[in-house]
Design a protein around this ligand. Sequence first.
Ligand code: ADP
Length: 253
Amino acid sequence: MKHGAGMIVGARRRERDSLSRVTQDERPTGALVHLRGVQRRYAMGSGEVAALDGIDLELAPGAELAVVGPSGCGKSTLLNLISAVDVVDAGRIEVCGVDLTCASERELVALRRREIGVVFQAFHLVPNLTARENVALPLALDGVRDDARVDELLERVGLAARAAHYPAQLSGGEQQRVSVARAVVHRPRLLVADEPTGNLDSKSGARVLELIAELRRDAGAALVMATHDREIAAAMRERLHMRDGRILEREGA
Ligand code: ADP
């Protein structure tokens, strides 16, 4: 049993190495995220709505980008595409060297599990797992066990004493701190956050943002965060202003 698990982990490491090699070879611009002419349309009544309408975007490793704009302008749609959970209708998207428009399901799963971490507005913790098990989940899904890393993160987010609690026994702010730890536990190169403070009071929200910034820096990951909050956006290095599925302006840096 033990032997078998070790072999699986070994095979996964080799797969990861080959994923990184592809990344270096296929990223001549050095961009971590690369979108060209991206469109995403949804059926609406007898017609369709263009949630994204011709997006060109480049994101360097370690970048810090706030995505801002009125409700319905396409922020979540953009983040879902970058997180490799949704697919484009037209155009090209490459994340960590993987061309999402022609990647196999196996490559997409590997990419999501190893290179990307996501923080959602509604936390999305697994209700029947403890805080500790939720943080360990991305590693467990990849056949990896790293108790020291999980403990370190629970400590960093101030929840070591609540590690055995279930999500329903935690406040909103605490749940979001668990989800931030879960998003970085596997040291992703890309951290995606969709309105991470949208369900929190301002004090809990501020703590969550501090943790996102701190843990992102430690991991050396790029951060893309959708927010309605002008102050939060202003504190980030760059801002992408969107309207009606298009980019109006990118400023900062
Ligand atoms: P934002 O995150 O900026 O509020 P969204 O990306 O959620 O914007 O939505 C962009 C547009 O796409 C909106 O007009 C929205 O109604 C539409 N849309 C998003 N998801 C769906 C869906 N699953 N089905 C139909 N329309 C959708």
